[in-house]
Design a protein around this ligand. Structure first.
Ligand SMILES: Cc1cc2nc3c(=O)[nH]c(=O)nc-3n(C[C@H](O)[C@H](O)[C@H](O)COP(=O)(O)OP(=O)(O)OC[C@H]3O[C@@H](n4cnc5c(N)ncnc54)[C@H](O)[C@@H]3O)c2cc1C
Ligand code: FES
Length: 507
C-alpha cells in the first residue's frame, strides 16, 4: 500500500488547490496530472487505493470494447464516435507511458470482440465497420482454435493487458512521491461548493479551491447523474489450467457475456519458486446483472464456473470476485463541471466497464480544464465530447431505466410486507428482508453473526436485496451496496444502514 502523508484520517488545516475524492483510476490519474501541473492536491479515499472496480477489473486497456463502438455509432454522429476512440487512445497511451516509467508490467495483446453463435455475427460485422470508420486497423476473423463457442470476431492488435491493481498502486506511489497528499479510510459525506469548497468527512472538513468527485457514481445528487446511469455488477473467476489458454483479450458481443484472457505475467505463485516464470492464470468473467437485481448472485458465479469447466476441462478455480461499474444511458461517459457546483466541482462517471482508458481520458479532460490549458492546446476530442447533444435514443433509454427503478422501488416495499418479523435465524450466508411495523429490515447470518439492519437504502429509500455470493445488501435502484452489518461499501449512498436489535430473529 502506498505510504500516505496522513496515516489515518488526520485532517489537514492547510488549504489545497484541489481535493480529489476517490482513489480509483479516475481520481489517481486526475490527481497525478494536477500535481504534475504544479497544484497542491489531496486525494481522500473512503477505503484503500483501488478498493473497488479499479483494483478488481479484467485489466484490458483496449480501444476495441465488445460492441461499444457500433452502439455509439448507431445513436451518435460519426464525429462523436471518432472522438470517443481518440479519447480512449489517449488514455491507452498515457497508461502505456506511465507503466513503462514506473515498472508496471504490460503485455501487448490482440483484442477480440467475438460472437459465440451465428446470431451474434451481425453485431460483429457492425463492430468491424464501426472500428474501421473510426480509423482503427481492425480485422474480421472467421475461425480461431479456441475451446469455447466461437462464430467469428473483430480483432484489433496492439491492445494492452495489465494488472490494474498494480497500476493503481504505482500511480498512488507516484502521486505521493511527487508531492500529493493521500488520505485513506476517510469517507466523504458531502461537498459544499463554497469558496473554498468544503469536503465534509466524519472527522472534519478539508478545504480546497476545487473538488473532483471521482467516486465511480457521483456521491452528490446534483445533476441527478444516478438517474442517468445504470449500475451493472459482473463476476470474475481465475483458474489454473493444464493447457495454456489461448492468447488474446476475448469479449463476447452476445449473451451471456464472457470475458476471457490470461494474466500477462502470471500472478506471483510462491510454489513456482526460482526464476521460472509463474504459469499464466486463466481469467473468465461475465454474467453481468443489474446491481441488486437477481434472485441469486451465487447461481451466477456457479454458472460461470460450470461454463469454464465445460470448455477448459480440469481448470482449477483459484479465486472469485465481483465488481460493478456504471453505464451512461447516453453510451458516452460523463466528465466535466457538475451542475450547481458553481464551477468549482468536477466529476466523471459512466464508463460502462471501460474505465481504464476512459477514466484516464476523463482525467486528461478535467485536469486540462482545471489547469487552464487554452482551448487551442487541448485535445480536439474534448470539445466534441463536451458539446454532445441528447438524442431520442438517450431519452428512450432514460425512460426505460426510470421505469425499471420505479418498479424496483414499489416491488421492494410491497415484497417486504409479505414477510412479517420475527423470522427464524437465517442459515450461514443467507439474508432475508422482513417487515416490522411496515418498515423493511434485513436479517442475515455471516460468519456466525446474525445482524438485523434497516434494509432501506440511505440514498433514496430503495429496499435492499441480499447478495448471496458476497454477503452484502445491494440496492436495485442505483447500485449502492452495504455490508451485512450495514456499513456502506459503494454507490451514491454515503451513510451506513442503521443496525438494529429490535428485529431479533427467532432462534
Ligand atoms: C467486472 C469488471 C471488469 C472490468 N474490466 C475492465 C477492463 O478490462 N478494462 C477497462 O478499461 N475497464 C474495465 N472495467 C471498468 C473499470 O474497472 C471502471 O470503469 C473503473 O475502474 C472506474 O474507475 P473509477 O476511478 O471511476 O471508480 P472506482 O474504481 O470505483 O473508484 C472510486 C473510488 O472512490 C472511492 N469512494 C467512493 N465513495 C467515496 C466517498 N464517499 N468518499 C471517499 N471515497 C469514496 C471508492 O472507495 C473507490 O476507491 C471493468 C469493470 C468491471 C465491473
Ligand atoms: S442507490 Fe439510490 S436508492 Fe439505493
Amino acid at each position: 500500500m502506498p505510504s500516505s502523508r496522513y496515516e489515518t484520517a488526520v485532517l489537514p488545516t492547510e488549504r489545497f488547490d484541489v481535493a480529489v475524492i476517490g482513489a480509483g483510476i479516475t481520481g489517481l490519474a486526475t490527481a497525478l496530472m494536477l500535481v504534475r501541473g504544479g497544484l497542491e492536491v489531496v486525494v481522500v479515499e473512503a477505503s484503500d487505493v483501488a478498493a473497488l472496480a479499479t483494483g478488481a477489473n479484467t485489466g484490458k486497456a483496449s480501444v476495441l470494447q465488445g460492441s461499444v463502438l457500433q452502439r455509439i455509432r448507431r445513436t451518435h454522429s460519426t464525429r462523436l464516435a471518432r472522438a470517443y476512440v481518440e479519447a480512449n487512445l489517449d488514455g491507452q497511451r498515457w497508461i502505456a507511458e506511465f507503466a513503462q516509467h514506473h515498472g508496471v508490467p504490460v503485455a501487448e495483446e490482440i483484442a477480440y470482440s467475438y460472437a459465440s453463435t451465428d446470431d451474434g455475427l451481425r453485431t460483429v460485422d457492425r463492430e468491424f465497420e464501426a472500428a474501421l470508420a473510426a480509423g482503427l486497423p481492425a480485422e474480421r476473423i472467421d475461425r480461431m482454435p479456441v475451446p469455447f463457442p466461437f462464430a467469428g470476431a473483430v480483432a484489433l492488435p496492439g491492445q494492452l493487458a495489465l494488472d490494474p491493481y498494480r497500476l493503481a498502486v504505482a500511480m498512488a506511489r507516484a502521486f505521493v512521491a511527487e508531492g500529493g497528499v493521500l488520505v485513506e479510510r476517510t469517507r466523504v459525506e458531502g461537498v459544499h461548493a463554497g469558496r473554498p469548497v468544503e469536503v465534509r468527512t466524519p472527522v472534519g472538513t478539508i478545504r480546497a479551491e476545487t473538488a473532483v468527485i471521482a467516486t465511480a457514481t457521483p456521491i452528490l445528487d446534483r445533476g441527478l447523474y444516478f438517474a442517468k446511469l445504470h449500475a451493472s455488477r459482473s463476476h470474475l473467476t481465475s483458474y489454473r489450467v493444464a493447457e495454456p489458454p489461448p492468447s488474446g483479450l476475448f469479449l463476447s458481443v452476445d449473451e451471456p457475456t464472457r470475458t476471457i484472457r490470461t494474466t500477462p505475467d502470471g500472478v506471483a505463485e510462491p510454489e513456482s519458486g526460482g526464476d521460472a516464470p509463474p504459469p499464466p492464470l486463466l481469467l473468465v468473467g461475465g454474467n453481468d446483472h443489474p446491481v441488486g437485481g437477481v434472485p441469486s448472485t451465487e447461481a451466477r458465479v456457479q454458472d460461470l464456473v460450470d461454463w469454464t469447466h465445460r470448455h477448459f476441462p480440469g481448470a482449477e478455480l483459484t479465486h472469485r470476485w465481483a465488481a460493478q461499474d456504471y453505464h451512461s444511458l447516453n453510451l458516452v461517459p460523463f466528465a466535466g463541471r457538475m451542475p450547481r457546483g458553481r464551477g468549482r466541482v468536477w466529476f466523471a462517471t459512466g464508463y460502462g466497464k471501460w474505465g481504464l482508458t476512459n477514466g484516464v481520458a476523463a482525467a486528461i479532460r478535467i485536469s486540462s480544464e482545471i489547469l487552464g490549458v487554452p482551448w487551442f492546446e487541448r485535445r480536439p476530442w474534448i470539445r466534441v465530447i463536451g458539446t454532445r447533444v441528447t438524442r431520442p435514443g438517450d431519452l428512450a433509454r432514460g425512460a426505460e431505466e426510470g421505469a425499471r427503478v420505479g418498479r424496483g422501488l414499489v416491488t421492494g416495499w410491497v415484497g417486504a410486507q409479505g414477510r412479517p418479523a420475527p423470522v427464524p435465524r437465517p442459515a450461514e450466508g443467507e439474508g432475508v428482508v422482513v417487515s416490522r411495523g411496515g418498515v423493511p429490515y434485513g436479517v442475515s447470518t455471516v460468519e456466525g453473526r446474525t445482524c438485523a439492519v434497516r434494509a432501506v437504502c440511505t440514498h433514496l429509500g430503495g429496499v435492499l436485496n441480499w447478495n448471496d455470493a458476497e454477503s452484502t445488501w445491494d440496492c436495485p435502484l442505483h447500485g449502492s451496496r452495504f455490508e451485512a452489518s450495514g456499513r456502506r461499501i459503494e454507490g451514491p449512498a454515503v451513510y451506513d444502514l442503521p443496525e438494529t436489535t429490535r428485529t431479533r430473529p427467532r432462534i
